[in-house]
Design a protein around this ligand. Sequence first.
Ligand code: PMP
Length: 549
Amino acid sequence: MTWLSDLMRPALQKLKPYTNARKEANGFVPDIAIDGNEFPWPPFGTKLPLNRYPDPQPENLLGKIAALWNLHKDTILISRGADEGIDLLIRLFCREGIDQIVICPPTYGVYKVAAEIQGAEVLKVPLTSGHQLDVEGILNVCTPNTKLVFIPSPNAPMGHFMRREDIFRLCEARAEKSLIVIDETYVEFAPEPSGLLPDLTEYPNLVVLRTLSKAHALAGERIGFVIGQPELIQNLLKIHASYPLTQTSIRAALDALSPCGLILGKERRKIIVNERKRMAELLPKSSLIDSVFPSETNFLLAKTKDSAEVMRKLQSFGILARNRDSEIPGAVRFSIGTPEENALVLKALDIAVEDASPPLRLFSARRQTKETSIGVTVNLDDPGFLRIDTGIGFFDHMLEQVAIHGGFGLGLDCKGDLKVDMHHSIEDCGLALGEALKGALGDKRGIGRYGFTTALDEALAQATIDLSGRPYSVFDGKLPTPLCGQFPCEMTEHFFQSFAVALGASIHIAMQGDNSHHMVEAAFKAVGRALRQAFKREGTALPSSKGVL
Ligand code: PMP
């Protein structure tokens, strides 16, 4: 018996868990699966194999999370949101009428309700007047039956971090007696590095909850994580539902954690954090709002003079915030929305703001065929990221030229049928990149329509681009060799054709020179430079006499 199993409900210590069809297969991947009484055809309207039971804990998702957060896979349980993690922990450890949990109000409401459903007692030790943990108070209320201490950090509903030293002191003082559960639902909105994942090895009774609901935009798919000692994870798996995750939630999580999904998430979080800072300055300008609590999350808790009046004003603009008056008198919680949504919140509260800057031109596209699977993320207003992986070194280098000289951020990930040849990958990357840039351009207000010439030693390339919405491509130039490294030179023209079609642009390219590598590179650079000019916003007018582009 270990200290951890001693803490568990005795009835569960010897529980023999249900083993489902997938678990009994022991990793064997059959050609024909007749072990699960499943329907042999997928249902209407989907490409996913929804007729099949999902993997209870998919290895590829565990692997992605382990790599992202620098963990071992056996320390991770994938749950249906952080909420299910809370529930599972309470069910594993708390006996009805005997065991207890500790919460520190004001705090997240689910800890108490989940404990009450299980029949566990809830010990409350409010935060100090400085809104930090009352460590002595917590230690004083603990009994031998106090199994779990739940602490959100960043805190909900206020949004600030709990002091790390306090958490570690609790871990030490309650070693082998209680699990200290740190709920890091909002941690990704804080500057890195943050969070307690690196400290799990030092404190065996520390448990961290994480989720894809907030920073990874997947609240609707219910994916969260309990992270702790392997022994804890094994025992939680014993009481987990037989197929807890759905095929769609697994797919969505893998997409969100793909290279381009991660880039999109990070770029969007930057917007949220900037908006949170802006809103924190502006909200107190309302005569109804006294102050805003410091927050490292995607929400702000405001102390208002009259929370009902604030809610009423917002509702008259069709806006619903969260009234937290019952927990903190006068408090209203504002989730940070898009810049446009936030502007409306300010307007509803009669807060005057200067004209908002135009929306960031950030866009992601996904292209999936039998031949290629491509993710692209572009940000025309932030060249701060570049991550290209098509499996074709020379082509990666050329796409880099377009992004660097185009002055935009580019993430592009392509898994293509390179065993056939490079054709599909190069062509489809042109289509996907064009589609993403077109999406990012939006209504095209304020943009230019330009051209550029670049020289590379003896080679000269000229690119003229018109983002007219009418695809057309002209390519003039003869490359002296059939290959640049492994890259087929004829694919240069084909790439720009595909790109022009998907972007909705006329692209004219003319090249001359003696060295294919120089000529192709000069062409990609010239296209990048022409795009940089074309993407640049100069005012808000549409550069067209037609009124549409
Ligand atoms: N913990 C805290 C502090 C929360 O605010 C929330 C969501 N409101 C959760 C956990 C639940 O997150 P999930 O969507 O992953 O269940």
